[in-house]
Design a binder for this molecule. Structure first.
Ligand code: SAM
Length: 292
C-alpha cells in the first residue's frame, strides 16, 4: 500500500469508493507528506507509545502514526469510511479503529483497554467545527494524556498560544494554559488539503502539566469568572462580573478584590494572567455565593 499523503493517491481512494469529503464532518484530507512528517515528529511518537488519533478520515495520518508508534487507536465518526480504512490500513496490525463520535467515547477506558491505563499521546488533524469541545473534553475528562499534537484552524492555534494583552488572548488561552504548555509547531496553507479549507491552519503541541499550572480553590468558579470576563471583552471586569448572577458578587466586592490585588478598578479581563484570575476567583468566592 502506497502512502496516501499526496493528491493523486487521495483522489484515487476517494474515486475507488465513490466518495467525496463530507463538510458536515469537517473532512479535509491531508495531501502534504512534509506536514504529515512534521506532525509525527512534533508529537515525538516512538514505538513505546500508544497514540489516540481523532478522525483518521481515509487513514492518511494513521499510516504515518502506525509506522512510528507501538499502537494507534483511531476514533472516526463516519461509518462510510470503515471499509476505506480497512483497505488503506490493511498492512498494519497495530491499528484499532473505533467507529464513534469522539465526544461520546470514554477516553480513560480507551487508555485502560489499549495502554494499561498509561498516558497516551493524542495526534490529529482535527475536524474544525468541534476543536474546542474536543480539546476541553481531553483535558477535563482527567484521562491519562501526555500530550496533544493537533492541526487546528490558524486562528484557534493563535488563541491557544497567546498571552495577556494580545487580541487572540481569551478563555481558550486560559483553559489550555491551565492544563498544558502550548507551543506552535508550524503553519499549514489550504493547499495542503483536499478539499482546501477556507481558512489557514496550524499545528500546535500541548504538553500536559502533571498538575494544573495554578492552584485555585474552585476551578469551576474560576472558569465561570474567565468566561464571563471574555464574553463582554470591552467591559471592565467589575461591570461584566457583577452582571453574572451565578458569580454572586457585587460591583463593590469586585472593585475591592481588584484593589486588594493592586489592580485598577477599571481593568479589563484581557490583561489578567491565569495566576491573577486564580487569585481573583479565590477572593471573590470567599465573598460571593458558591456555584453549585
Ligand atoms: N486524519 C485525516 C487526514 O488528516 O487527512 C482526516 C482529518 S479531517 C480534518 C477530520 C476527520 O474527523 C474526518 O475524518 C471526520 O469524519 C472526523 N470527525 C468529525 N467529527 C468527528 C467526531 N465527532 N468524532 C470522531 N471523528 C470525527
Amino acid at each position: 500500500m502506497a502512502y496516501l499523503g499526496n493528491s493523486a493517491r487521495t483522489k484515487e481512494i476517494l474515486a475507488k469508493y465513490n466518495m467525496s469529503a463530507k463538510k458536515k464532518f469537517g473532512q479535509n484530507f491531508l495531501i502534504d507528506s512534509g506536514v504529515l512528517e512534521n506532525i509525527v515528529e512534533a508529537a515525538g511518537v516512538t514505538d513505546e507509545d500508544c497514540v489516540l488519533e481523532i478522525g483518521p478520515g481515509i487513514g492518511t495520518l494513521t499510516q504515518y502514526l502506525a509506522e512510528a508508534a507501538g499502537r494507534v487507536v483511531a476514533v472516526e465518526i463516519d461509518k462510510t469510511l470503515m471499509p476505506v480504512l480497512d483497505d488503506t490500513l490493511s498492512e498494519y496490525d497495530n491499528v484499532t479503529i473505533i467507529n464513534e463520535d469522539v465526544l461520546k467515547v470514554d477516553i480513560g477506558q480507551v487508555a485502560a483497554e489499549y495502554n494499561e491505563g498509561r498516558p497516551m499521546k493524542v495526534v490529529a488533524n482535527l475536524p474544525y467545527y468541534i476543536t474546542t469541545p474536543i480539546i476541553m473534553k481531553l483535558f477535563e475528562s482527567g484521562a491519562p494524556i501526555e500530550s496533544i499534537t493537533v492541526m487546528v484552524q490558524k486562528e484557534v492555534a493563535d488563541r491557544m498560544t497567546e498571552g495577556p494583552g494580545s487580541k487572540d488572548y481569551g478563555s481558550l488561552s486560559l483553559a489550555v494554559g491551565y492544563y498544558a504548555e502550548a507551543e506552535p509547531v508550524c503553519d499549514v496553507p489550504p493547499s495542503s488539503f483536499i478539499p482546501q479549507p477556507a481558512v489557514g491552519s496550524a499545528v500546535v503541541r500541548l504538553s500536559r502539566y502533571e498538575k494544573p499550572k495554578v492552584r485555585v480553590r474552585d476551578e469551576k468558579y474560576m472558569f465561570e469568572v474567565i468566561r464571563t470576563s471574555f464574553n463582554q471583552r470591552r467591559k471592565t471586569l467589575s461591570n461584566s462580573l457583577s452582571n453574572n448572577p451565578a458569580l454572586g458578587v457585587t460591583r463593590e466586592e469586585i472593585q475591592a478584590a481588584l484593589e486588594k490585588m493592586g489592580m485598577n478598578e477599571k481593568v479589563r479581563g484581557e490583561v489578567l494572567s491565569l495566576e491573577q484570575f486564580a487569585e481573583l476567583s479565590d477572593i471573590l468566592q470567599s465573598r460571593g455565593a458558591m456555584l453549585n
